[in-house]
Design a protein around this ligand. Structure first.
Ligand SMILES: Nc1ncnc2c1ncn2[C@@H]1O[C@H](COP(=O)(O)OP(=O)(O)O)[C@@H](O)[C@H]1O
Ligand SMILES: [Mg+2]
Length: 134
């Protein structure tokens, strides 16, 4: 059964001109791009998306980073889309993410880890509501 996930190419990926290569990987496995938009994340959207991390040492830097420049927001669908996208992304820390994963191939440090992806179908629907309110 088809499932939706929310993916976002973070400001470092957009600044480095990696949009095309990363989207190609998402499409190559057969996932479908349902919506796609280049935009800036507002501080309110950033805080809503990362509410679970409030109070952690990296929280302020995370909000600053995700609002620092344009991102690519996407709704992506397909069977097991949430887990498949997380597999393509690799581990949170690019230094630990395996070669062949998006974070492993396009990132180097935790502070700029290239891509966001929902961690469950429930998170996906919540995040889609934050970033595509219409
Ligand atoms: N120790 C850290 N230092 C800096 N940024 C971090 C750290 N941990 C997490 N982050 C940032 O917060 C985001 C959300 O963290 P988390 O939900 O744990 O990872 P993921 O994005 O893989 O779901 C990460 O993608 C990363 O941008
Ligand atoms: Mg997470």
């Amino acid at each position: 059964m088809s499932q939706r996930t929310y993916l976002m190419l973070k400001p470092d990926a957009v600044a480095a001109r990696h949009i095309g290569e990363i989207i190609a990987r998402i499409e190559r496995v057969g996932l479908k791009i349902e919506r796609l938009e280049l935009a800036n994340v507002t501080v309110d959207q950033a805080k809503a998306n990362y509410a679970e991390h409030e109070g952690k040492p990296f929280y302020a830097g995370l909000i600053e980073y995700i609002t620092s420049g344009p991102v690519v927001k996407m709704i992506v669908s397909g069977p097991g889309a949430v887990a498949v996208a997380r597999k393509l992304m690799g581990e949170t820390d690019p230094a630990k993410a395996a070669p062949g994963t998006i974070r492993g191939d396009f990132g180097l440090v935790m502070d700029e880890n290239v891509i966001h992806g929902s961690d469950s179908p429930e998170s996906a629907e919540r995040e889609i509501g934050i970033f595509f309110p219409s």
